[in-house]
Design a protein around this ligand. Sequence first.
Ligand SMILES: Nc1ncnc2c1ncn2[C@@H]1O[C@H](COP(=O)(O)OP(=O)(O)OP(=O)(O)O)[C@@H](O)[C@H]1O
Length: 254
Amino acid sequence: MFLQVKGVGKAFDNDFEVFSDLDLSIQENQFVSLLGPSGCGKSTLLSMVAGLESVTEGTIELDQQQITKAGPDRGMVFQQPSLFPWLNVKENVMFPLKKKKGAEELAEHFLKMVHLSRFQESYTHELSGGMQQRVAIARALAMDPKVLLMDEPFGALDEQTRHILHEELMKIWQETQKTILFVTHSIQEAIKLSDRVVVMGTRPGRIIADFNIDLPRPRQRDDEEVIALEKKVMNLLEGEINKVLKEELSHESV
Ligand SMILES: Nc1ncnc2c1ncn2[C@@H]1O[C@H](COP(=O)(O)OP(=O)(O)OP(=O)(O)O)[C@@H](O)[C@H]1O
């Protein structure tokens, strides 16, 4: 298996165990979304795959190499694009490439892919939120990672921009054949984009469902099969979200 999470657990210093004994296998080129109630550990899992967080138990392997720290084989895109405001668009994309030969051509290639060739010399304050996120995607792709890790990348964008970026991301994914692990709160987004939707539950954090989505793309929101799947996932998630809310309320009333 290309990306393999085996018996993985995570406890933070305060002894709080987010999840334990988690297993997840992802094939090369697959687009997998992680859905789950707030606090179930989606971002923590993504950070562990990125090597930004340590593993408390178990192992994570990418292409048969155990992950122990961050590396260029994993590209990360966050909700906030975190670009350098003192660098222009092209320089931002070139930044992680350091002095790599052909860095400028690579940056130009990926900026073309996200339709930002015209804005190469612009600075971040001159760009919309959607454009900034496209720069962040180009920057992650320019490293030619084996896997693209995306943590709610479109969560802060308006509906229309999100829709456009969904289409762009689908094209990029088909063109680059990257393996993508994508965290989102949106059931619609997960079903629209993914080959698989993995649903996590909480207290304790765990995987409660794994849906294979074998529907042709582009997927339309009013498609009957899409609607039926959305309902199924929604029912599962509602149960988990209610559990969290009940627990939080019971703590408050103590
Ligand atoms: N650095 C940290 N130190 C201590 N606890 C942490 C740390 N990072 C995350 N946590 C805790 O781990 C749990 C899982 O957090 P995480 O951000 O992974 O959840 P999530 O499912 O991504 O949530 P959301 O959907 O709200 O982003 C939460 O209870 C959070 O408070």
